[in-house]
Design a binder for this molecule. Sequence first.
Ligand SMILES: [Zn+2]
Length: 342
Amino acid sequence: MKQVVKIRSPRLFTGIIIPYSTAIVFLIGVACQPAVPEIDNPYAGVDWVEYGQYKANLHTHTTLSGGTAAPEDVIDLYRELGYDILALTDHDDDSVAVPTWPWQSYGRDPAVLGMVAIQGNEISDVHHIGSHFNDYGAPGVESEDIVLKEIGRRGGTALFHHPGRYDKGVEWYVDMYRRYDHLLGQEVYNRNDRYPEDRQLWDAILMEILPERSVWGFASDDMHNTEKDMGISWIVVVTSELTSELVREAIEGGCFFYVNAPKGQDGAAAPDIESITVSASSGTIHVEATGQDSIVWISQGILVHKGDRLALDDELELGKYVRAEIYGADGIVVGTQPFQIY
Ligand SMILES: [Zn+2]
């Protein structure tokens, strides 16, 4: 994959007469400027002091689709683990055609609990798809196209669950992402990395589809068993306030991290990301974190750099994007979304 570096061309004003000497100095100055790549930052606009970081699981089952705990117990257990955002996504191919919704039907009020509840379902008769922010369910549905069109029609968002379970290939995913803007991304960690090749697939899709659009990486418990599956894989949503609208906006814009903690809640705490600073003028990305062992940078599926600061002019073999992974104790990884490079 060839690196695409767009050199900003100087904008010369026409119609203004300037002395030749001034023009020559100006042109020499422009010609001597190094080409600074432009960097798309999904975390641009975040006030790292004022904004909150909210823990979310977007892929959760209850007794309505093979889970071990009733909806109200699942809600309570996630709240006890410090989650702020939860989507109950029961399979739509069992007895449940519609989302496990609203929480009030199960005696729980998200406002009282201080949580954001997301309406959702796991569409399960085709490639499993997380359907969020809408009331769709489609037992017996025959194609992913029907599913994604309908989720879009209902104003919802979608993400592919555990792609490693299927054999679809990069082109199939790229085609889907090209056609459905509300298809936001895919799981890159499903319950402690049951499908380790899902990150390779994600990288391959990014290499193919950028700069047309980005694809976000998610981590989810896919919780069925409250004893074994809880609090292992989650996302951290960065937003100014904990409201459904702002959480949705942040997820749609990639303003979140994914986390995989193999030892779950019994293990070490995950590293905290304190801030991410992108400097357009110097072409650097700086991740400030605490509690980490190391920070690595990945481009085109390859580790290209180690350290908290990445300088794009370091003669690195960068592709169309770079993303960071922050490693902590007990095998914990916290991942950023891709920073697109032009
Ligand atoms: Zn599931």
